[in-house]
Design a protein around this ligand. Structure first.
Ligand code: ATP
Ligand code: MG
Length: 205
């Protein structure tokens, strides 16, 4: 056997040992994670991928036969593709009726619309038959103080024990982050729009 063969087999052994150690660590963490309950998940940050992550999880849950509902706090100009697909799969949507967008013209009207959707959300968040509720773009309703923070926190805390909730949107309020179980921040490294590329059907809505 040559020296280089020796070195290679040493490397393979070391790699095997390292991987075994890693596997033991992961296995022991999996064994100790025994709690099972509804999660509060927040997907925030400035990068693209928050709503698509939320809808992806709804699709994942529905694929397992779970019941899900979606509330959308900002209605885009175009009907999003997920809505058309998921409604056909039995997912109920509650959408902010005013067509609230970034260039809001009538604050009072937007507040009333936000409150109306929130009332619907409260029904969803007390519905035992729902396994997952997606509150898409809800963070803005708290940044703009359109909804009462204490009411939102109390409602989230009192939801059915098994119910998962996903909140999406930029700049999530720290009090919501505090009570959440899983929080991810999507960071923007670049976005096509910055190079003058317009929003694309099937990708952006
Ligand atoms: P998506 O729905 O694609 O997952 P998102 O929910 O993370 O996006 P939003 O802030 O809700 O992002 O914005 C929705 C729209 O704005 C989408 O068309 C998305 O492509 C676009 N967008 C998201 N992030 C950026 C960004 N950093 N710069 C420009 N446009 C963006
Ligand atoms: Mg979004």
């Amino acid at each position: 056997m040559t020296d280089s063969n020796h070195t290679n087999s040493d490397k393979t052994d070391k790699h095997k040992q390292r991987m075994q150690k890693l596997k033991d660590k992961v296995d022991s963490r999996i064994d100790s994670a025994t709690d099972e309950r509804g999660l509060l998940i927040v997907i925030t940050g400035n990068g693209k991928g928050k709503s698509t992550s939320g809808f992806g999880t709804v699709a994942r849950a529905v694929g397992h036969g779970l019941n899900a509902a979606v509330a959308q706090f900002i209605k885009g100009t175009w009907a999003c593709g997920e809505r058309q697909l998921l409604e056909n799969a039995g997912v109920k949507f509650s959408v902010m009726g005013t067509g609230f967008t970034w260039n809001t013209q009538d604050k009072e009207k937007d507040i009333a619309a936000a409150k109306k959707v929130w009332q619907k959300c409260k029904t969803l968040l007390s519905d035992n038959s729902l396994d997952l509720v997606l509150l898409d773009e809800m963070t803005y309703m708290l940044s703009y103080k359109y909804l009462d923070l204490d009411d939102v926190i109390e409602t989230l805390n009192n939801r059915p024990k098994h119910q998962h909730v996903i909140i999406t949107g930029r700049a999530c309020h720290r009090s919501i982050i505090e009570i959440a179980d899983t929080v991810s921040e999507v960071q923007s490294i670049k976005h096509a729009f910055d190079n003058g590329i317009k929003a694309q059907k099937g990708i952006d809505w």
